[in-house]
Each structure stands twice: as structure tokens, then as C-alpha cells.
Design a protein around this ligand. Structure first.
Ligand code: G6P
Length: 592
């Protein structure tokens, strides 16, 4: 979703800010803007559409000693230049960029309107700028104006703020991520994540909620609850943030190619093959063993990977359940005496998941399974395991999904003392590689369905979860309406939607139940559907659309999801769509 980058000190600001926004653009956005501070004056540039549109209206060689920039994913107000950030106060004293949502902005707007304040935009962000300006007019310092404004704001915000006539880059943070970076000399930076400032800074600190402060080119001062705060700075491993297509045409294709490697990396990190022992923290494993239920929480792809994991835990006789985070918060689930909450997230910043953390009872055990290092969920859970997938840029999650499933299955192996899991995962990784190498066959299938409006993915058991994830991928990037159904459920309603030529992708990875899914396919075929059976070689039959290398039945989702990812990718390309940045979606969903 929205992205922030800013700096103060010696820089070419146009190239730093627009370059930084490009590194954030994978999060999804619909307009962009920036502001330079120069000798007490602020210049503002904003554009609808791409960062390139913005760059085209900003003069080169613009002198400045501080700057802030933003990519906006519209929440309050349409996609217009007036609603783009930076927003400024009505008196043009305060310019700021904002990630997050202010819940009480309507009340604040009404209050300010009563004081004569006029608004140019529909945004909650302009209200923040104007509340700060109100306190400035009351004679407060910039820092006190920010503190007093924070007392009035309900909601989430990461803010980077410039003041006309006042040197310094100011910031404030609550519930939306904001990181600070120290440059080597005469430079300090901030960003909504590390990617845009990584090449400019050597030490980084992620801000805790309700922190505010300011930076100059030589110093960074932070406060919480009115008290001076010592920020803890640390270096970052640049490998985790490599932003490079490496010769691939799209990030999604690159990331699909990396999927099998991420599975292998997790096996290596979690299992000592020479000794045949798992390498997880023993207390983590004993606590998970002692839990009366392991509660997986996630959204989107992370929910589907944890559904597959929960089923796998159940197969091993462990009590586990998977919930959609934004539903779990409504509390309709059984009361547990000793739950262990496992929060799954690629970005580690998903607001719906963070809401779960706000509700989880004090003292309850929490584990984060996360890709982004030092993200909010990584910091706020008692224990964190990283899937080590490296930066995932394409909005549609691919390698992270495989990494999450692998890590959760390894965890299950450790809890249930099943040392066969790593070998099965390595076989699954080889099968994924084989699917990826045969991309052209999948592209040929995509070619045959370019014009369709609806598609179905069906499966039973673990294969159903692969169908759910594949169906989500298809929706996300090809905009084809798609449903995922367990084979047996089709006749209870969805079969009414089958028309002549409706494509149905059926996953058959489990020799024990492949007969049933094949008879479901027959029922659909009799009603006009065009079936595409994607089967493991152990249960393949003449005429199947795609046959993948055998893996243990519970690991079939690995090659099946790789198939679904590639099908969606090629269909998106063939429909002339933006594979890496699909409409309306964001990579890091930081609003509820
Ligand atoms: C967004 C993305 C999905 C992703 C979901 C969960 O909706 O578009 O691809 O699966 O967020 O994200 P997370 O970072 O928590 O895994």
C-alpha cells in the first residue's frame, strides 16, 4: 500500500525521492508526490498514475536540503492530484506524507472547519497537517504541535513532515511502519520500509508506536510519552532487499523460479540432515506440543498456506485450526485454555493480522512466520521464524507461499518427531523445479482460455488448498472470475454455474482419492465444462492436461500451486495485463 521515503542532508533529491518511490512501488499505488525543502521554502509536485508521471513534472537539479515523497493507494477520496500526498495545511506551513487511516478525521475536520480552516482534498491526511498547523498558530513549537496532534488522532499513521521556515525532517508513528536510517555523513533518512533507504544508510531503527521526533543532517532525536528515547540502531543484510529482475521479464516470473530454492533453504535452516535432527528452539517446540490448539492466523495467500499446514498438523494428530485474521477478530471461535497463536505473513505488516495481536490475551504464546525482517509482526510476536525468501516484489505472492508451507510442515515434523518431512520437501522442491522448467506447456494451456470469464479449481484433501491458492492467483492477476471448490461440494450449488466451455482445473495429487475427483470432473464434463486434470504421475491417466513428478500426497500442493502460479502469470500476460502490479491490489495491506 502507500509508501514513504524522506531524507535530510546532502543529496540529489529528485533522483533519491523518485528512485526511492520506485523501490516502494511493488506495494501498490495510484498516485505519487514529493516535496523539497529549500531555504525555508517548500516546493510541491504531485501526479496521478506512475512515479514516471511524477518524475516528468519535477525539474532536474532541484536544489534542496530535505525532501519527502509518497506513493498513495487511495482510501479516503478518489485518485486525484488534490488527494495525492504530500498534503499541506491551509496556511501552507505544514507539508506531510501519511501512511495509515485516521478514524476520527471527520470530527477533526468539522472542528477545524469551525475555526475557519478550508480543505482542498477529501483526505484524512490533510486534516492531520491542519491540526498540526492549528497548534503552530497557537504558538507551539513544531515538535509540541506534533505531540499535541498525536493526542487528538485516533488511528494509524506513519508521518514524515516538513515545516515552512523551519529546518528539520519531522516524523511520527503509530500502528503503521516507519524506519529511520543513519547515513554515513551529513545525511539521515526515513522510509515506510528499508528498501528505499538501504543504499544511502548504514544503520537502521524501526520505530515503536507513538514515537515522534525530528532529524537534521547530523542528528536524530526521538520521543515517546514526552520523554527522550534512545533509538536502537542496527545494520541490515542487503541480501534481504535485492531489487533486481536478474534478466527475467517480470518479478513474478523471477519469484516463481525462486520458489523451489526457498523450500530447500528452509529445509537446510531447520534440519540437520547428517544428524537427522530438527534445529528449532527446543522451548518453542515443547510449548507448541503442550498447546491445546495451534491457531494459525493469516490473510490471502498466507491464510491458504496455513490452511494446508493446519490440515497437515491434523494428519499428525495435532490440534490445529486456520482462521482468516479479519474474521478471527470477531471472536466467534472456541475459548481455549492454552492456545499457541501462529501468525503467518509475507510482509509482516498486514493490518488485519496486527489487529489479532491487539486482541490476543496478554501472556498468550505467539509465533510469527514472516518473510520481512524486523517487520511489525516479527517484532510483536514472542518468537519469530523467517522464511528467508528474500524481497518479494510482485504483488501476487509466489515463493513466499511455498516457503511458508515448507516452514510450517517442518515445524510439524519437529513437533511430531517425524524426520521424513525434510526428504518429502526436497522431493517437492524438485517437482516444483520440473513444473517451472515446463512453463511452455502451461503457457499453451493459458492460450486456450484467454477469452474465458469464469474458471474453477477443484480438488479434495490437500489438493483443495492448492486449488484455493491457484484460484486466488488467477483472480489477482488475470481478473478472471474464479472459484475454488472441494470436489464433493460442486453438486451442492456451484455446478449450476457450469456452462459450455467453462474451464475446470482439477488437482489430483493423492492416489487414494484421485478416483473421486475424477468422477467429479465427469459430472462437470457432462454439463459442458472443459476439464484440465493436473495429476501426480502416480495417479495420472491418458488425456490429463499436465502430469507432475510424484511427491508424497501431502506435498502435492507444492507442484500444483507452482502450476497455478504459472497459469495465472501466462493468462495475465496473454490478456495484456500488468502482471506485477494488478489493479486495486497492494502488496502490503496496512489498513483494516
Ligand atoms: C494482500 C496481497 C496478497 C497477500 C495478502 C496477505 O492481500 O495482495 O497477495 O497474500 O495481502 O499478505 P501478507 O503480507 O500478510 O502475507
Amino acid at each position: 500500500m502507500c509508501g514513504i521515503v524522506g531524507a535530510i542532508g546532502n543529496l540529489d533529491y529528485k533522483s533519491f525521492l523518485t528512485g526511492g518511490l520506485k523501490k516502494l512501488d511493488y506495494r501498490g499505488y495510484d498516485s505519487a508526490g514529493l516535496a523539497f525543502w529549500n531555504n525555508g521554502k517548500i516546493s510541491l509536485y504531485r501526479a496521478v498514475g506512475s512515479v514516471e508521471n511524477l518524475a516528468s513534472i519535477v525539474p532536474d537539479g532541484h536544489a534542496g536540503t530535505a525532501g519527502i515523497a509518497h506513493t498513495r493507494w487511495a482510501t479516503h477520496g478518489g485518485v486525484t492530484v488534490d488527494n495525492a500526498h504530500p498534503q499541506r495545511s491551509w496556511d501552507k506551513k505544514v507539508y506531510l506524507v501519511h501512511n495509515g487511516v485516521i478514524d476520527n478525521y471527520k470530527e477533526l475536520r468539522a472542528w477545524l472547519a469551525g475555526t475557519g480552516c478550508q480543505f482542498r482534498s477529501d483526505t484524512d491526511t490533510e486534516v492531520i497537517a491542519s491540526v498540526i498547523a492549528y497548534f503552530l498558530q497557537e504558538g507551539e513549537s513544531p515538535l509540541n504541535s506534533i505531540r499535541k496532534t498525536m493526542e487528538k488522532l485516533d488511528g494509524s499513521y506513519a508521518l514524515a513532515i516538513l515545516f515552512t521556515g523551519q529546518e528539520g525532517l519531522y516524523f511520527a508513528k503509530n500502528k503503521s511502519p516507519l524506519v529511520i536510517g543513519q547515513g554515513d555523513s551529513r545525511l539521515n533518512c526515513l522510509g515506510s520500509d528499508y528498501a528505499p533507504i538501504l543504499d544511502y544508510c548504514s544503520n537502521f531503527a524501526a520505530l515503536e508506536d507513538r514515537t515522534y521526533g525530528y532529524m537534521t543532517e547530523n542528528s536524530i532525536v526521538a520521543y515517546r510519552n514526552g520523554k527522550n528515547l534512545a533509538l536502537r540502531f542496527a545494520t541490515k543484510d542487503r541480501e534481504d532487499y535485492v531489487y533486481d529482475l536478474a534478466g527475467y521479464p517480470h518479478f513474478m516470473m523471477k519469484e516463481i523460479h525462486e520458489g523451489a530454492g526457498v523450500v530447500r533453504k528452509n529445509v537446510e535452516a531447520c534440519f540437520d540432515r547428517a544428524k537427522g535432527t530438527y534445529l528449532f528452539d527446543s522451548k518453542l517446540i515443547s510449548d507448541l506440543k503442550a498447546a491445546d490448539e495451534i491457531v494459525f492466523l493469516g490473510c490471502g495467500s498466507s491464510h491458504y498456506s496455513s490452511e494446508a499446514a493446519a490440515a497437515y498438523f491434523n494428519r499428525h494428530g495435532l490440534r490445529a485450526a486456520s482462521y482468516i485474521a479479519s474474521e478471527w477478530i470477531h471472536g466467534v471461535y472456541p475459548h481455549l485454555k492454552n492456545p499457541y497463536y501462529v501468525l503467518i505473513s509475507q510482509s509482516g505488516e498486514t493490518a488485519d493480522l496486527i489487529s489479532c495481536l491487539d486482541l490476543i490475551e496478554k501472556g498468550a504464546k505467539t509465533l510469527g512466520i514472516v518473510n520481512s525482517k524486523d517487520s511489525t509482526i516479527a517484532r510483536r510476536t514472542n518468537h519469530v521464524l523467517y522464511i528467508g525468501a528474500g524481497l518479494e516484489v510482485a504483488v501476487a505472492s509466489t515463493k513466499s507461499f511455498l516457503g511458508q508451507m515448507a516452514l510450517m510442515m517442518l515445524l510439524c515434523g519437529a513437533i511430531s518427531e517425524d524426520a521424513s518431512v525434510p526428504e518429502s520437501l526436497l522431493a517437492a522442491a524438485s517437482s516444483v523445479d520440473d513444473v517451472v522448467e515446463r512453463s511452455e506447456e502451461i503457457d499453451a494451456l493459458a492460450e486456450g482460455i484467454v477469452e474465458v470469464h469464469d474458471a474453477f479449481f477443484v480438488g479434495r484433501g490437500m489438493d483443495f488448498f492448492a486449488g484455493e491458492e491457484s484460484s486466488l492467483k488467477l483472480k489477482e492477476i488475470s481478473y478472471v472470475h474464479s472459484e475454488a471448490y472441494p470436489g464433493g461440494e460442486l453438486k451442492h450449488g456451484p455446478i449450476a454455474l457450469i456452462e459450455e466451455g467453462t474451464p475446470v482445473f482439477a488437482f489430483a495429487g493423492n492416489p487414494d482419492i484421485s478416483k473421486q475427483i475424477r468422477s467429479n470432473v465427469e459430472e462437470l464434463k457432462a454439463r459442458g465444462a472443459t476439464p484440465y486434470i493436473v495429476a501426480a504421475e502416480t495417479c495420472a491417466k491418458e488425456g490429463d492436461a499436465f502430469v507432475y513428478r510424484f511427491v508424497d500426497r501431502d506435498f502435492a500442493p507444492f507442484p500444483e500451486v507452482a502450476f497455478g502460479q504459472l497459469l495465472s502469470y501466462f493468462l495475465s500476460l496473454r490478456r495484456g495485463l500488468n502482471v506485477d502490479k494488478p489493479r486495486n491490489l497492494a502488496k502490503s495491506v496496512t489498513v483494516n
